[in-house]
Ligand binder design. Structure first.
Ligand code: NAD
Ligand code: 89Y
Length: 342
């Protein structure tokens, strides 16, 4: 039985805690939050007796196989460095870091301590994204040359995550980061990126619309477009729609979790990729919630086998570099930013 602790008992942590409860061979033995009311509520809701308001004390007193950090971005570096100092394998929520320097420091600290570090970058673990990956791997559409990864919504994310309305950076750092990671997962690393950003909602501080054009090392071109200012007849939150064209066919993940694969002669197959609605999950979040379960299961596999997690800290530096490049390009009047794939 793996013994874990969770730091940060806020809005999203309930998904982590439910998923840990559902998974075999793991137990969350301790919780930590600076906010005593949130800490007590989560301890009661999940029946976890050992609680801490100070992460240093948690590491000093508990024997842990891993720690799951579910706090917001500005707290990550200090907490990951504490975990590394205590030699405790570590999961850190996205966005991994507010700067690439912080991200590099966390990766270096965990490498020096020889502890695994995984960024909780869960969107690539969503059922339709995994299904699209399998189609590409099967060769059914040949070599991909073009993609579009699109997330357009008017869902009120500010109600449960009020901090999203307050930062100078919003949609690329919070949501675009996931969609950029999906683009990397499906089409590979990126060599150049151009971006534009817009702020449509006057009540928030950051950008709520972003459009990014990328060239991949494979030669493919893709567009990542994200908006929280786009009402439509059917609200699709939190679905990412996918379009990939290849030398021998194309695939589409449309609204409602439908995956279509086309060949030159027409529709080849349609799959229902709707994720399971776990007992603890709710619509419309269930797609994200299922991907939390999947990434946490992947972490347990990695702990058992010693394999590097797919979205290790090291890997996530590349997704974070796309976020930085997008802000740089948008801030410089849409100039192309080159990225190193070394
Ligand atoms: P939140 O503000 O509701 O909760 C964060 C909690 O962390 C708070 O209770 C706070 O008191 C606690 N905390 C902060 N610093 C701490 C410290 N040093 N020690 C102990 N406790 C500390 O935030 P949230 O909405 O739950 O979001 C948390 C993270 O999850 C964010 O980075 C967000 O981007 C991410 N998130 C990810 C997904 C996803 O699909 N991967 C979805 C939503 C949110
Ligand atoms: O914080 C975001 C995330 O990671 O997924 C959706 C979200 O909750 C709001 O954009």
């Amino acid at each position: 039985m793996k013994r874990g602790a969770l730091i940060g008992c806020g809005f999203f942590s309930y998904n982590h805690l439910h998923a840990w409860q559902q998974l075999e061979g793991v137990e969350i033995v301790a919780l930590c939050d600076r906010d005593t009311a949130r800490l007590a509520q989560a301890a009661q809701d999940f029946g976890i007796a050992r609680t801490y308001t100070d992460a240093g004390e948690l590491f000093a007193r508990e024997q842990l196989d891993f720690v799951d950090i579910a706090t917001t971005v500005h707290t990550h570096r200090a907490l990951v460095e504490l975990a590394a100092a205590a030699r405790v394998p570590c999961i850190c929520q996205k966005p991994f870091a507010p700067t690439l320097d912080d991200a590099l420091a966390m990766v270096a600290a965990c490498a020096a301590a020889s502890v695994p570090l995984m960024v909780h970058e869960n969107f690539r673990w969503q059922t339709p994204v995994q299904a699209a990956r399998r189609v590409l791997d099967s060769g059914a559409i040949g070599t991909p040359f073009w993609g579009r990864f699109s997330f357009r919504s008017a869902f009120d994310v500010y109600r449960t995550q009020p901090y999203l309305a307050q930062g100078q950076r919003f949609i690329i750092e919070d949501l675009g980061i996931h969609v950029l990671d999906i683009a990397r997962f499906l089409l590979g690393d990126v060599t150049t990126l151009n971006a534009t950003t817009q702020r449509v909602n006057p009540r928030i501080a950051g950008e709520d619309v972003a459009t990014m054009l990328m060239r991949h090392a494979s030669g493919a071109t893709s567009v990542v477009d994200c908006s929280y200012a786009s009402p439509r007849a059917e609200e699709l939150f939190p679905q990412t729609l996918l379009e990939i064209d290849g030398s021998d066919g194309s695939l589409r993940v449309d609204a409602g979790y439908r995956l279509h694969v086309y060949s030159r002669s027409g529709v080849q197959s349609t799959q229902n990729c709707e994720p399971p609605l776990h007992a603890w999950a709710q619509r419309p979040w269930f797609n994200i919630q299922d991907s939390v379960l999947n990434i946490q299961a992947h972490w347990l596999d990695c702990l058992a086998t010693g394999c590097e997690p797919q979205t290790s800290g090291r890997d996530n530096l590349r997704t974070l570099a796309l976020v930085e490049a997008a802000y740089r390009s948008a801030g410089s009047g849409q100039q192309a930013v080159s990225l190193s794939c070394d």
